[in-house]
Design a protein around this ligand. Sequence first.
Ligand code: FMN
Length: 248
Amino acid sequence: MKVLAINATYRPGKTTSRLAAKALEGAASLGAATEMVHLKELDIGFCTNCLTCYQDREAQIADCVLKDDVRGVLEKIRDADGVIFASPVHNGFVTGLMTAFMERATWTTLRPTGELMGLKGCPEPRLTDKARAVATLVSAGMMPAELRQYCDTGSPWLMEAGVMICNGSPVGDMYGGAVFPRELSDDEWQRAYFFRELSEAQEREAFELGKTMAQAIASGQVGPYDPMAMMSMLEETPEDNGEEGDRD
Ligand SMILES: Cc1cc2nc3c(=O)[nH]c(=O)nc-3n(C[C@H](O)[C@H](O)[C@H](O)COP(=O)(O)O)c2cc1C
């Protein structure tokens, strides 16, 4: 069993990386071989919209005119049984690095042969050799968990993109909301990012996320990408998801 974390932080070794490492530890505790890819350390060019990949209907991973490190990451996704997409929350979303990577993954791992609600030309997965477990993990510097819904449009987007490119289904997500050691003064609030601490509860939550992924893979609970299931999941309110923000 292989579990891969794709981490789009700009600061490898800091909050997002520590949480992602914990999640991988959790997966490893149940026997998974794990790997973390830090996108920042790779050469990831911007998609040029040349549509070479889009026009290739056959390849499992379509060719790209840019010869950088993206293909290697896509091959790691192909070989994985579970993928954790990790990013800091930047401007209420994921980092530009993550969106740059997802743009490159779009028509290289999807082909425009799908059909949904009468609309043809929709993306459908190319990596259909197996279904992969998908989880998201984001970390925030100011927003606490209970206010997540106002400042995390990244996680649902990341999950939707992730299950498509992985031909998989969601097994969990984690929002590492801002936790401060004490009440901050007004001045300190204006430097809140510097006070944000990783709590033990968050590290435990990340560890459990990795375990949940490994369990889902081991028990064969992971299904292939199902666009209708994803649409109904995205329509659910945070309350429906039981994510009203219990902070621990
Ligand atoms: C440009 C920028 C935008 C940010 N936007 C948000 C935000 O919208 N909400 C939030 O809670 N934190 C925000 N943060 C703080 C980061 O989410 C936080 O520091 C995160 O934990 C960093 O992860 P890292 O340690 O992996 O870099 C932002 C940070 C930067 C640099």
